[in-house]
Ligand binder design. Structure first.
Ligand code: BDR
Ligand code: CA
Length: 346
């Protein structure tokens, strides 16, 4: 082995140890703490809806303070409506929905109707919302809600382009240290992109916002495509979901079957990646995941690689780690957790 080889090995070992310590601290902390207060920032589509329902099915661990919506999978009016429909399905219209940014910090909005249908949530007629979005601009509401709670109390679960979170941090930079954590679905390490060859959708839609969030100093956990591409909605899994036998499970079965069809036609896979609920599953059971605390940067200039997450996995730059990046998940345990909590919704 060369001297360089020894150096790389020792750097690898120390990174691995750091991660193990980090995970142990997190587990100890989560065992101590009571219910974790969360805000879900989202652009529903079906995987966002499942993430919301997973949180609602976990009241012993998670208190959902609010849902904030942003343009992404579909324009803002539709993502807001889809969030309201999801709450209606769960009978939880007591949770406020605040609409936020209608487009990225700069440039035109890119949406994903080709994946999710024109409504952003095609495949099943969910009940019409009986309530409207609450008054107020989502980024302002995020600041207000977080500042009203003790320091280190609120976790942001960010499962959409990061525009709202960046705007909130820009108006109140102290938010970064006030938050317990920002758990983000976004980016990719070894999987390449799902909207361009280089970029994952959420980071691609608003790379400037992603850069601002990643450089804010907040305690960021990033769950990239590397995890969700191991967690597919296969036929046996969707059959198990339907067998739960509740109205919520039946609706999700149809919505996920629609989504699965796109991936089957395009990739020939049995099932679609179930991206966003991974962030909520991580808050509930971090032990299902593994990863490393590393430096992550987002490409903002190159037209070819816009939105690409550049991950210093091997610590080859002097950049300080700014995110815990989770690249593996126990997929069977993830779906078991999800179905248990969907069943609990009744
Ligand atoms: C992400 O993009 C959206 O289409 C999904 O809801 C998820 O947040 C996956 O790249
Ligand atoms: Ca999403």
């Amino acid at each position: 082995m060369t001297i360089l080889g020894f150096a790389a090995l020792s750097s690898y070992k120390s990174l691995t140890l750091r991660i193990q310590n980090d995970m142990l601290c997190r587990r100890a902390k989560s065992a101590q703490s009571m219910t974790r207060a969360i805000i879900i920032d989202t652009d529903p589509s079906v995987d966002d809806a499942v993430a919301i329902l997973l949180a609602l099915g976990s009241p012993a661990e998670l208190e959902l303070l609010a849902i904030t919506t942003v343009a992404g999978n579909a324009p803002l009016a539709l993502t807001t409506r889809n969030a309201l429909k999801t709450l209606e399905l769960a009978g939880r219209v007591d949770i406020p929905v605040y609409a936020g940014a209608a487009g990225p910090l700069s440039g035109a909005l890119r949406t994903a109707e080709h994946v999710h249908g024109d409504s952003g949530l095609d495949g099943y007629d969910l009940p019409e919302p009986s309530v409207r979005a609450a008054p107020g601009f989502a980024p302002d509401k995020i600041v207000e809600l977080v500042m009203a709670r003790p320091p280190g109390d609120v976790t942001l679960c960010a499962i959409a382009p990061l525009t709202n979170i960046a705007l909130a941090l820009a108006s109140a930079p102290e938010l970064a240290s006030r938050l317990r954590e920002i758990a983000i679905f976004g980016g990719a390490r070894r999987e390449g992109g799902n909207i361009t060859p280089a970029a994952e959708f959420n980071l691609f839609v608003d790379p400037d916002a992603a850069h601002q969030v990643l450089s804010s100093g907040a305690n960021v956990t990033l769950i990239p495509l590397d995890c969700s591409h191991r967690a597919l909605t296969s036929t046996p899994r969707l059959d198990a979901l339907r067998a739960i036998g509740t109205g919520v499970a039946e609706a999700l079965f149809h919505l996920l079957t629609f989504n699965k069809g796109f991936h089957e036609r395009r990739h020939g896979s049995d099932g679609a990646p179930l991206h966003d609920p991974l962030t909520v599953a991580y808050l509930l059971k971090p032990e299902l995941f593994s990863g490393r605390r590393i430096a992550v940067a987002v490409e903002r200039d190159s037209p070819l690689t816009r939105g690409m997450s550049v991950m210093d996995w091997w610590g080859v730059t002097p950049s300080a780690p700014n995110a815990l990046v989770l690249t593996d998940v126990d997929a069977d345990a993830y779906f078991a957790l999800l179905f248990e909590r969907i069943a609990a919704l009744g």
